[in-house]
Design a binder for this molecule. Structure first.
Ligand code: ADP
Ligand code: MG
Length: 255
């Protein structure tokens, strides 16, 4: 469903220097699959996700979602794509202060759904995420883990088939991080949502069907021994960086 072909993003900085943030990445993700992209800070993870979300134009290469090149979309088509087909949990929490958890969670859905209907659809999602007692609490009174779960509810509210998550455990302690990862993977499995999760948290890799490693904008061999020993047994960890479709439930070769 998602395919990156030799994707490159070079940033020009003020001087003559070029930052090779993403430097030739090819990978694919099948329907319902969860891929963790593990890499240290500065390895190009956010840049890569911004290109997949059609928020940043690649220097070269392609991002194909269901066979369609997202960088060839018009502004209008791109925003429609982000609204309907994709959920993006960004690295920063863009919750509105002074506004309740549920009103923050419906923001995306409200773009094309009446208020009442949007609330009716988002509430079960928030309850599922353990926020039943927090629906009417204002954003700034929520814990980091609760805020992250509101962001997840917002991203999933429009029932996308592709979810991008940028460091979803970045500001959480180990226990809260684990809870968020568990909920995220469970919800996406149930709904057949493909996830690309980028993180420098080794814990995140343990929840993925497949783990890829990014260094200096390039995919490199993933070394499960380097702090990745805790992957749950039920999950197969694969180490080939560039090839496509992992088998497994729900993938059925669909793109
Ligand atoms: P990560 O998310 O893995 O921390 P980023 O994609 O944010 O990595 O950044 C990759 C590299 O690109 C870093 O060296 C960063 O400083 C640089 N970079 C990111 N955004 C810009 C930008 N807008 N202009 C110039 N350089 C950038
Ligand atoms: Mg980042």
């Amino acid at each position: 469903m998602l395919e990156l072909r030799d994707l490159v993003k070079h940033y020009r900085t003020a001087g003559e220097e070029t930052v090779r943030a993403v430097d030739g990445v090819s990978m694919s993700v099948s329907q319902g699959e969860m891929v963790a992209l593990y890499g240290p800070s500065g390895s190009g993870k956010t840049t890569l996700l911004l290109m997949v979300a059609a928020l940043l134009a690649p220097t070269s290469g392609k991002v194909l979602v269901n066979g369609r090149d997202v960088s060839s979309l018009s502004e209008r088509e791109a925003s429609h794509f982000r609204l309907r087909e994709m959920g993006f949990v960004r690295q920063s929490f863009d919750l509105l202060p002074g506004v309740s958890a549920i009103d923050n969670a419906v923001l995306k859905l409200l773009k094309e759904t009446p208020w009442k209907e949007a609330h009716r659809r988002v509430q079960p999602l928030l309850e599922r995420l353990g926020l039943a007692e927090r629906l009417t609490h204002r954003a700034e009174t929520l814990s980091m883990g609760e805020r992250q779960r509101v962001m997840i509810a917002r991203a999933l509210s429009t029932e996308p088939k592709l979810l991008l998550a940028d460091e979803p455990t970045g500001s959480l302690d180990t226990q809260r991080g684990r809870e968020v990862l568990e909920l995220l993977t469970e919800l996406c499995r149930e709904r057949g949502v493909a996830i690309v999760l980028v993180s420098h948290d080794p814990q995140a890799a343990g929840y993925a069907d497949r783990v890829l490693a990014l260094r200096d904008g390039r995919l490199v061999d993933y070394e499960p021994d380097q702090g990745f020993g805790s992957a749950p047994e039920r999950l197969a960890v694969r180490t080939r960086p560039t090839t496509g479709f992992a088998g497994g439930a729900g993938s059925a070769g669909a793109r």
